[in-house]
Write a protein that binds this ligand. Structure first.
Ligand code: NAP
Ligand code: NAG
Ligand code: NAG
Ligand code: NAG
Length: 362
């Protein structure tokens, strides 16, 4: 299988490292193209990149700008009955996501941790599904939800074997997980909300502008992907895009639209007392606060927001750091749910999800 990688940031670099660490003699993969936002290389399959030490210099020595029309043409020319081709999109770009139908139509398989295409406009998602159906090329998305955790594959197998998914609920954002694991431990007092958010940002757990995490859109995107993957197997609302998910943002109304992360954090303490009050109320009921996502196939609801859970619940007891946890309540897994838990972010585990998908194509 010939592989082209678009996006060589944290995840992309780690993915390339994992791919090239498979001994060349036994590897089913040949890495023939790399692109960043400014540069691109395309090699003859006989000259494929094999060295983890050299790929960076090969890319930086290139003066070629990325041109995805040319990339599509060159890759599709290499497809044959004995040769498959895959593009790994490791960007967070909408523009690249919009190209998936073109690639799939040309017979190129698409693998990505990028949530944009699968959780955006329903029209784009439908074009992806029908392009894949038409050509037989596949699109794989395991690492879009819970990074390397087996979330999508578990869900697909439950649905494909005829189980009925009643409800999926979980902590899907590593950032939100960290924030509430620190902020709400069951006790009525603790660090202020703004101080927890500031520390999370210093540790690199949040986006540069924390509002991009606190708005809940990342969770809404993941719920959209789960909901579309369940498809008609449950009576879920048809989501026009992730914006159709009922999302309760944590951004105080007065801080909506503040342009910089620094200014946002300067003003966030004005709202600490509101968060203190919620924590205290929860604590008096023996509960903690967690920012969760819910796909409810019984109520026909998809929503993201802050909820209370008993201090004995797995969302309260078993999360550490920026872990994700996902509970599948199904007809078979009832009354006790199937639970997937572990690191839901980080380059190594995300790249593992991508490489795992690629191995499914061999
Ligand atoms: N990091 C995680 O823990 C994690 C977990 C789950 C999912 N993801 C998803 O994985 C994806 C990658 O994340 P990351 O952390 O690796 O990001 P990153 O470090 O910012 O890397 C992004 C890469 O994409 C390239 N790029 C961006 N726009 C491009 C364009 N239009 N054309 C060509 N290349 C383009 C960038 O090029 P330059 O190098 O030239 O800037 C860079 O190489 C994202 O969609 C993210 O949401 C990440
Ligand atoms: C993939 O790209 C995203 C952003 O575009 C970046 O944050 C992530 O670290 C990259 N992953 C790898 C393995 O390069
Ligand atoms: C897939 O393609 C077949 C014919 O090739 C068609 O009958 C079927 O309706 C298509 N399914 C979807 C979901 O587009
Ligand atoms: C995720 O990928 C699977 C194929 O593994 C596909 O059946 C499903 O429709 C995809 N879901 C989304 C939302 O892309």
């Amino acid at each position: 299988m010939l592989v082209a990688v678009v996006g060589v940031g944290l995840v992309g670099s780690e993915f390339i490292h994992q791919l090239l660490s498979i001994p060349t003699e036994s590897s089913p993969f040949r890495l023939i193209s790399l692109s960043s936002s400014s540069r691109s290389v395309f090699l003859d399959p006989a000259q494929a990149i094999t060295s983890t030490a050299k790929w960076k210099s090969i890319l930086s020595a290139s003066n070629e700008k990325p041109n995805f029309e040319t990339l599509t043409q060159k890759l599709s020319a290499l497809i044959s009955s004995s040769t498959k081709v895959a593009i790994v999109d490791n960007t967070s770009s909408e523009d690249i996501a919009a190209l998936y139908p073109v690639w799939l139509k040309a017979g190129i398989n698409v693998i990505t941790p990028n949530k944009k295409a699968y959780s955006g406009d329903l029209g784009l998602y439908e074009r992806i599904v029908s392009a894949s159906n038409e050509s037989g090329a596949r699109f794989l998305n395991e690492s879009t939800v819970g990074a390397g955790l087996p979330v999508i594959s578990t869900l697909k197998e439950l649905v494909a074997t005829g189980d009925k998914v009643k409800k999926i609920e979980g902590v899907f954002s590593g950032t939100m997980s960290y924030i509430f694991n620190e902020f709400s431990t069951g006790s009525s007092e603790g660090p202020s909300f703004s101080s927890v958010v500031s520390v999370a940002r210093e540790k690199g757990y949040t986006e540069p502008h924390p509002a991009d995490d606190l708005n809940g859109f990342d969770v809404a995107r993941k719920l959209t992907i789960l909901s579309r993957t369940i498809g008609s197997a449950a009576s879920l609302p048809s989501l026009q895009s992730f914006a159709s998910v009922q999302t309760a943002s944590l951004i105080p109304a007065a801080l909506e639209g503040i342009p910089t992360g620094d200014e946002f954090l300067q003003r966030l303490p004005e709202f600490d007392s509101d968060f203190d009050k919620m924590r205290k109320e929860a604590s008096e009921e023996g509960m903690v606060l967690r920012f969760v996502g819910v796909v409810d196939g019984v109520k026909g609801e998809v929503k993201a927001g802050l909820e209370k859970y008993p201090t004995s619940h797995p969302f309260a007891t078993s999360l550490g750091g920026s872990d994700n946890i996902i509970m599948f309540h199904t007809e078979r897994y009832s009354p006790r749910p199937l639970i997937v838990q572990g690191a839901g972010a980080g380059a190594a585990v995300t790249a593992m999800g991508v490489l795992g998908d690629l191995l499914k194509l061999v």
